[in-house]
Design a binder for this molecule. Structure first.
Ligand code: ZN
Ligand code: FE
Length: 253
């Protein structure tokens, strides 16, 4: 089975993703920043929404949940660990649980760091990572620790390299500018920065990215490389410590 994935820009820089199992017609949306653009994307295709998969409790990821649930009778899926802060859940899931969209089965991974209780949904070939791993970046650490976020990124890093990464925001252009401050000589990063500028100039999304491209260019995923540790003046540092320093620099970039 293949999931057809439609990227839906929401609010100022959020993305929702509609995922449809082409065989059964089962349809889910990953995050619902606001209802209207998602409802229009569904209506224009004549699709009905079966499930809403929530990644974390922030308003810019759940603001449209109630309205979509009401109008489509969609079932709401989210982290059991964070149920108290999420809209009412029909399906409360934890790491390792499977989530079905028709014949497509995704696995839940806990990717805490940005928030504690943030989860990602990993389907064959496609991971919905929201505010954990992002194009050339990672989410700001609001509730967890740098060690926790590094652990979450490391879990995602163990997925097959060809996995497409669907993240929650369009931050690629500023992420690229920051990444170049860490690795100004990274040729693939320079190429990608130019590509991202081109896409953004046409107001096109830079998502999805792939894990292999992130390995080559994302300074947060590359924190374990000796060349990156040296570049930030921390030769021989522990991976999580190097990651924490890069995250700290990004916070004030
Ligand atoms: Zn968030
Ligand atoms: Fe967000």
């Amino acid at each position: 089975m293949t999931l057809e994935i439609v990227t839906v820009p929401c609010l100022s820089d959020n993305y929702a993703y509609i995922a449809r199992d082409s065989e059964t017609g089962a349809t889910a949306v990953v995050d619902a920043p606001e209802a209207d653009p998602i409802a229009s994307a569904l209506d224009s295709r004549g699709w009905k929404l079966d499930k809403i998969l929530i990644t974390h409790h922030h308003f810019d990821h759940v603001g449209g949940v109630e309205s979509l649930r009401r109008h489509h009778g969609a079932k709401v899926v989210g982290a059991a660990a964070d149920a108290a802060r999420l809209p009412p859940l029909d399906e409360a899931v934890s790491e390792g649980d499977s989530v079905a969209v028709g014949g497509a089965h995704g696995t839940v991974i806990d990717v805490s760091g940005h928030t504690v209780g943030h989860i990602a949904y990993v389907f064959p070939g496609a991971a919905f990572t929201a505010d954990s791993l992002m194009s050339l970046g990672c989410g700001r650490i609001f509730e967890g620790t740098a060690e926790m976020m590094w652990g979450s990124l490391s879990k995602l890093a163990s997925l097959p390299p060809e996995t497409r990464i669907y993240s929650g925001h369009e931050y690629a252009a500023s992420n690229a500018r920051f990444a170049l401050t860490i690795e100004p000589e990274n040729e693939e990063l320079k190429r990608r920065e130019a590509e991202i500028s081109g896409l953004r100039a046409k107001n096109l999304p830079t998502v999805p990215t792939t894990l292999s491209l992130e390995f080559e260019t994302n300074p947060f995923l590359r924190a374990s490389l000796e060349s990156v540790k040296s570049a930030i003046g921390m030769p021989g540092a522990a991976d999580a410590a190097a990651f924490a320093e890069i995250r700290r620099r990004k916070d004030s970039f």
